[in-house]
Design a protein. Structure first.
Length: 481
């Protein structure tokens, strides 16, 4: 079995030569550490490869490997397209279509670049309801361009801001084409390049998250953005490896690879009142579904376009979803809760999109793509999707729903936490209200007690839906001024 990501202690040279990082520079193994701490020797190249093999400690947060250590599906093996190494593809390794008909079935204008990969001329994600979604044109094009740049000696560049390791990958002309975030350089991970170093495997910066899960969470957010409704940039798992090393395409430094989006500004640089209502709403529905614990104006990109509301069209692009899909509801927070657009109910088109969501299909989609949620994280996805659907149907605006999910004070549970805890207690008690008194009383204890209890888990959602209906019947939606 390949132990692809088990960093060795910094001072243990013997371990580093064995089970440590498998990233090389010019035939010399990279010492345990961040990418930005090392130069590239003459003649050395880095190679970007699609992620194929299951990696211990990278799923969310379980270790859902399939038989033989291989994932049944992964981010680059959608039907109709396969990874072709240099010998097979006839070029320096590229993402090419293996099906007939000259390309992939994606609802975008498309063409071919000279590497043989299919790519889209439009912006946005392909539909996640299709098996084509994960190998979307934006990822394929970014992947090939980044490979060429690395082969030409274009080093990964560490982003100037942020708390984790985020590297810009450039094409042969030096233009940024992708963003790579190594799993071992997240905040509190042992190889974090900004001094936020921990032992690894512990809690992330947000409650309900664990160090090393961010790469998979980034991919999950992209997968669940059906039809590119929220415009999450195309994202996949990938490995950064030594171009001359032998072995399979699962070696190297694992991380998320996201198509680079050119923007005119970040939302925090502009007043939120400038943004179109629908652009804000498309992000709010995604954040609510994923119980995003890190939505702020710094991780929303702004593209300025002609026309639109007020004569100035703005297109918002949400990024940085490494702290979505937590396994608790303790740290949910949305900056947009206080924006004026959040006080306006969803329009009919957005409500129709929300009503069409199928949380069981979403959970199955993630599993089919090798993203294994823990039972608690999957429960969070169900709880929040049901809340969004029922509240939107009753005319609640995003700010109303955010108020139900956010804690009024750090030590006071949100309404959603209370509802989920009561549902958990009832499910553990077999649906009998009187028996629920024997269930652990603290909110978190009742929630955690569901883990591993398949019978109670099966009753939980029904109990929760009933309690939520009762809660919403007495709720008065906030009216826009």
């Amino acid at each position: 079995a390949r132990d692809l990501f088990v960093p060795s202690p910094r001072g243990d040279a013997g371990a580093a030569a064995g089970a440590g990082s498998r990233l090389f520079f010019g035939g010399t193994e990279l010492r345990d550490g961040p990418l930005n701490a090392y130069g590239v020797a003459d003649g050395a190249t880095l190679e970007l490869r699609p992620h194929t093999f299951g990696v211990s400690g990278i799923s969310i947060p379980g270790r859902g490997q399939h038989a033989g250590g291989l994932r049944e599906r992964h981010s680059w093996n959608s039907a109709g397209a396969t990874w072709k190494p240099a010998a097979a593809a006839g070029v320096a390794g590229s993402w090419v279509s293996s099906g007939s008909g000259g390309g992939r079935s994606v609802a975008m204008g498309s063409g071919f670049d000279d590497s043989g990969s299919t790519w889209g001329s439009g912006f946005g994600s392909a539909s996640s309801s299709s098996s084509e979604h994960h190998g979307s044109p934006d990822v394929a094009r970014s992947f090939d361009l980044a490979r060429r740049g690395l082969a030409m000696g274009k080093r990964p560049q560490l982003a100037s801001g942020g708390t984790g390791g985020a590297y810009f990958l450039r094409d042969g002309d030096g233009e940024t084409c992708a963003v790579f975030k190594p799993a071992d350089e997240e905040p509190n991970a042992r190889n974090n390049p900004r001094g936020r170093v921990g032992s690894g495997g512990g809690e992330g910066l947000r409650k309900g998250t664990r160090v090393g899960e961010g790469a998979s969470r980034e991919v999950a957010a992209y997968l669940l953005d059906h039809d590119g409704f929220a415009a999450v940039p195309a994202t996949s798992l990938a490995n950064l490896c030594d171009g001359a090393s032998s072995g399979g395409d699962g070696e190297g430094k694992l991380g998320s690879l996201q198509a680079f989006v050119r923007a005119d500004a970040e939302a925090e640089e502009l007043g939120p009142g400038l943004f179109p209502v629908r652009e804000v709403h498309k992000i709010t529905q995604l954040d609510i579904r994923l119980a995003n614990t890190d939505r702020n104006a710094g991780n929303i990109l702004v593209q300025k376009r002609g026309g639109g509301e007020g004569g100035t069209g703005m297109f918002l692009v949400p990024i940085d979803h490494g702290y979505a899909l937590p396994h608790t509801l303790e740290d949910v927070c949305f900056e947009w809760e206080f924006w004026p657009q959040a006080k306006i109910p969803y329009d009919e088109e957005t409500k129709a999109y929300i009503a069409g969501l199928d949380v069981e299909r979403d959970a199955a989609l993630l599993r089919s793509e090798g993203i294994e949620l823990s039972p608690a994280s999957e429960r969070v996805l169900r709880v929040c999707t049901v809340l969004l659907q029922k509240a939107a149907q009753r005319g609640c605006c995003p700010a109303d729903i955010a108020g139900m999910m956010s804690r009024p004070m750090p030590n006071r549970a949100s309404d959603l936490e209370k509802l989920a805890s009561r549902a958990a207690a009832a499910a553990l008690a077999g649906g009998e209200p009187r028996a629920a008194a024997a269930v652990p009383s603290p909110i978190v204890d009742a929630w955690r007690a569901l883990d591993g209890n398949a019978e109670a888990e099966s009753r939980f959602l029904s109990e929760y839906a009933d309690l939520l209906d009762s809660y919403l019947e007495g709720f008065e939606p906030e009216l826009a001024l």
